[in-house]
Write a protein that binds this ligand. Structure first.
Ligand code: URA
Length: 265
């Protein structure tokens, strides 16, 4: 008699085959842990609101820095009306004119994913593709990040993806201190709203900014650090991996540490 679960089993086999072939492609030859439990349907919620059309220049009040709060960036100032949801934070950013990147950007790249994500990825800054689409990590490096997320047994919708700064620096230059000072409070608020279990800091710039250190990514990566009570694991940036594919194995080891941490529940 035909097994009634034949189609289901075949679908699982196909998915396993696809994942294993990605691992092989990425030079992974060993793995020891199961992917974390899938996030409950009730926990995956709304997509972020669509990017608004840019408005003409108008001066805006400087942001209220979360870092000024007495308990640090992840606690709201006493009696404050600090935004609590990602939609409120996006609204507070508005058509941002707080730094000079507003004059060259096409879109503000706020972030995407689950507002209750246990895992958050923080990159550096939008590139040309991200600027054009208003979404983080959608170019070549983004496609590799998506593969990394999928190899962890997760989807982009189940994690949250953001950057240290939300507007593209011209010619993809490094963000400047005043640009970070304007933008970082909003990342802090996003972290506060999501309260992920783990932040994966992608690349030197993200790791150094979040951890307020000048240490090299090679020294920081692969170990858990802390950002206001949230575990931070820095790893190499996917763009670096595109240039140095032999480091993919190290990144896979880092991602496995995150998976293990997420499994602890
Ligand atoms: N690199 C980043 O750091 N962030 C993006 O969103 C895209 C590329």
């Amino acid at each position: 008699m035909e097994d009634p679960r034949r189609d289901e089993i075949a679908a699982i086999a196909r998915e396993m085959k696809a994942r294993l072939s990605w691992y092989r492609e990425e030079g992974v030859d060993s793995w020891k842990i199961a992917p974390p439990a899938p996030i409950k349907e009730s926990e995956r919620i709304q997509k972020m609101p669509k990017q608004k059309e840019p408005k003409p220049y108008e001066p805006i009040e400087p942001p209220r820095f979360a870092a000024e709060a007495p308990g640090g960036p992840l606690s709201a100032p006493a009696g404050s009306t600090a935004p609590r949801t990602l939609a409120e934070i996006r609204d507070e950013i508005g058509d941002c004119r707080r730094c000079k990147l507003c004059s060259t950007r096409k879109n503000i790249v706020f972030g995407t994913g689950s507002p209750t994500a246990a895992l958050m990825f923080v990159g550096e800054a939008p590139g040309a593709d991200e600027d054009a689409q208003g979404q983080p990590f959608v170019g070549r490096a983004g496609q590799l990040l998506t593969k990394m997320i999928n190899a962890m047994g997760l989807s982009r919708e189940e994690v949250y993806i953001a950057n240290i700064i939300k507007c593209r620096p011209p010619e993809n230059r490094n963000p400047q201190p005043e640009e970070i000072a304007s933008c970082k409070p909003f990342l802090e608020k996003q972290i506060e709203a999501i309260r992920p279990k783990v932040i994966c800091a992608l690349g030197t710039f993200s790791a150094q900014t979040l951890l307020e250190t000048q240490q090299k990514i090679s020294a920081l990566r692969g170990k858990f650090h802390e950002y206001h009570g949230v575990k931070v694991l820095p790893t190499f940036h996917p763009a670096y991996l595109l240039r140095n594919p032999n480091e993919k194995k190290s990144v896979w080891e880092d991602l496995q540490k995150i998976m293990e941490e997420l499994k602890k529940g």
